[in-house]
Design a protein around this ligand. Structure first.
Ligand SMILES: [Cu+2]
Length: 277
């Protein structure tokens, strides 16, 4: 018998075998009743779908606002994972979503912690924080749905947590949009060397200037803090998420290495040279 809606969902869901749904259900109204009497509003699978959908929306928003292709690519992968969830019991979708959630969480949780440690604004805490929270939720739900953990109080509160996270992120994105509009109107000094940090790289990675006072202005298009650091000249410019900062310093002629002092960033390529004539 082919029935739409909740029955199809429940019959595909590995949680039907869990103790909370002791009797296999085949008819719509019975399925709904059984789910409700189990005391949980959502199953782990539904939580995974919700977290993945929210993650996708956040990554799309971040990608569009920050003009960054990496979040957009991750959002597409999540869309693919959500589609794969509907096929053959959803194993491939669950695995793909778990991998993407783990990847996003691995970058965003440390980013939120680093941003907080550097005394970042609320704006630059909210997006990495929410992405980290939602991704950890998605990862947990993907594991729980395959391990057939009993739906519990965790799943009962998860929708509320996700809604609050989404609200915070929306406010953060609005503030970030307002901030970037204001920054683009700032006048630039004629002697300023301009560079950007994007995708964990400096662009350009080679700079040149004339000896004397040099001003470097750096824009950070990533979701983490970056620094422009030259040990030899005692230069350490810290640039928050989505912001622009500048620093002026005295430089005698020579070639200097600059790098990002955030842990691990230099080793994965955040370094460059500045030639002073
Ligand atoms: Cu960095």
């Amino acid at each position: 018998m082919r029935v739409k809606g909740v029955v199809r969902e429940v019959s595909m869901d590995p949680n039907v075998a869990s103790p909370t749904l002791a009797q296999p259900v085949r008819i719509g109204s019975v399925a709904a009743t059984a789910d409700r009497t189990s005391g949980s509003i959502v199953s782990w699978r539904a939580l995974l779908r919700g977290a993945a959908a929210l993650d996708m929306a956040l990554l799309l928003g971040a990608g569009i606002l920050l003009h960054d292709r990496e979040p957009l690519g991750l959002a597409v992968l999540i869309g693919l994972g959500l589609w794969l969830l509907r096929l053959r019991g959803g194993l491939a979708g669950t695995i793909l979503l778990a991998l993407v959630c783990a990847d996003v969480a691995a970058f965003m949780v440390p980013a939120a912690v680093t941003n907080a440690a550097f005394g970042a604004s609320m704006t630059s805490l909210v997006l990495p924080g929410a992405l980290g929270l939602v991704s950890v939720t998605g990862l947990l739900a993907s594991i729980a749905s395959r391990m057939r953990w009993t739906d519990s109080a965790l799943t009962r509160w998860a929708p509320l947590v996700l809604v609050v996270a989404a609200g915070l992120v929306f406010v953060g994105l609005v503030l970030a949009g307002i901030g970037s509009g204001q920054r683009s109107q700032a006048a630039m000094q004629p002697t300023t060397l301009v560079l950007a940090a994007e995708g964990l790289k400096f662009s350009p990675a080679t700079l040149s200037g004339t000896s004397g006072q040099i001003t470097v202005r750096m824009a950070n298009h990533d979701l983490f803090w970056h620094t422009f650091t030259i040990d030899a000249l005692n230069v350490d410019l810290r640039v928050p998420v989505g912001a622009e900062q500048s620093i002026t310093f005295a430089a005698p002629p020579g070639s200097y290495t600059f790098y990002c002092a955030i842990p691990c960033h230099e080793s994965i390529g955040m370094r460059g040279t500045i030639a002073v004539r």
